[in-house]
Design a protein around this ligand. Structure first.
Ligand code: IPM
Ligand code: MN
Length: 365
């Protein structure tokens, strides 16, 4: 019997309700596979502030340290928005978790089933076969984590700064992730930068060119400035196969990719660590790309697909169970194709709740 040991951090808003059903889907998926789930649940985000006085309590870190992966819900909400920025759940829980577990690579699959092209703000005739690309975002460097300062100047003015810093080695290791992803797809990488303005981007472009030529010459590499990439994403997302970019550009482009692909309720993500777990696969954190959706939290109507698909990514990347991941992904796709839709993807058709959506997926496993 193989045991999968992971931490479950449901967090705030719709986090707990989509997590509950995602775990049911996981349980069903492994039932006949001789696989045992060993997970421990811990507080994170606003709920952790309320219960334990900190968005990322030491006890939660310990639960994560003892695990081989983290299945994450979402954090934040109106209740904690009046806290000083550095204490808010997003900044005080998510960023330290990324740093603590060296989660340097963020993969966001931009996938829109062709049966769901209505969900995209793009005209259906531009995306007749749906959308399929992947955004690989550097996650522990750049302007998020470089030196920051806010200071009062002598003349009474105030000055704030955030510094974008990258080392070649940080760029190379995210390129490795993009290369691995491209090899399982169309073999194309578009590296996004701002090399006409930023030193970090000049280094990024040079490193991408040299590294890919040396390590994976079969990859078709292109470069694009980030402003152009934002425009191209809205014009023709399928021109991209794998996008690779630095932290903040990736933050912005992946949100744009999210809306172009329809509902954030369908978008999963994987943040992979530098170190391997005891299964010999990367430790990782898996979370839906959408937020806590406070407007619909607690009503049982949130789309659980992104959480379920994130659990599938956990099986693939942190536990090496690619075919089991695919089984879940196919069940989600089939359920949606058969017309099972939560409100965010219903378009006037009858919509069903979180639990029913999960049941329709479980039936198809
Ligand atoms: C994301 C989020 C985070 C980020 C925030 C919540 C800190 O927007 O995961 O994309 O900017 O990385
Ligand atoms: Mn973001």
């Amino acid at each position: 019997m193989q045991t999968l040991k992971f931490a479950v951090l449901p967090g705030d808003g719709i986090g707990p309700e989509v997590m509950e059903v995602a775990l049911d889907v996981l349980k069903k998926a492994v039932e006949t596979e001789g696989i045992d789930l060993d997970f421990e649940t811990a507080d994170v985000g606003g709920v952790a502030i309320d219960n334990q006085g900190s968005a990322l309590p030491e006890s939660t870190i310990s639960v994560c340290e003892a695990a081989d992966a983290i299945l994450f819900g979402s954090v934040g909400g109106p209740k904690w928005e009046s806290l000083p920025p550095a204490e808010q759940p997003e900044r005080a829980a998510l960023l330290p978790l990324r740093k603590r577990f060296k989660l340097f690579a963020n993969l966001r699959p931009g996938l829109l089933y062709k049966e769901l092209t209505d969900a995209s703000p793009l005209k259906s005739e531009r995306i007749p076969d749906g959308i399929d690309l992947v955004c690989v975002r550097e996650l522990t460097g750049g302007i998020y984590f470089g030196p920051k300062e806010t200071k009062d100047l002598e003349d009474g003015d105030v000055e704030a700064s955030d510094t974008m810093v990258y080392k070649r080695s940080e760029i190379e290791r995210i390129l490795d992730v993009a290369i691995a992803s491209a090899k399982t797809r169309q073999g194309k990488i578009c590296s996004v930068d701002k090399a006409n303005v930023l030193n970090t981007s000049v280094l990024w472009r040079k490193t991408a060119t040299e590294y890919i030529a040396a390590k994976a010459p079969e990859i078709e590499l292109s470069h694009m400035y980030v402003d152009n990439a934002a425009m191209q994403m809205a014009r023709d997302p399928n021109q991209f196969d794998v996008l690779v970019t630095e932290n903040m550009f990736g933050d912005i482009l992946s949100d744009e990719m999210g809306i172009v692909c329809g509902s954030l309720g369908m978008l999963s993500s994987a943040s992979l660590g530098l170190e391997n777990n005891q299964h010999g696969h990367p430790f990782g954190l898996y979370e839906p790309s959408g937020g806590t959706a406070p407007d619909i939290a607690g009503q049982g109507i949130a789309n659980p697909c992104a959480q379920i698909l994130s659990a599938a990514l956990m099986l693939r990347y942190s536990f090496g169970l690619a075919s089991l991941a695919e089984k879940i992904e196919n069940a989600v796709k089939q359920a949606v194709m058969d017309g099972n839709r939560t409100g965010d993807i219903a378009f006037g058709q009858t919509s069903i709740g979180t639990r029913q959506m999960a049941e329709s997926i479980i039936e198809r496993l």
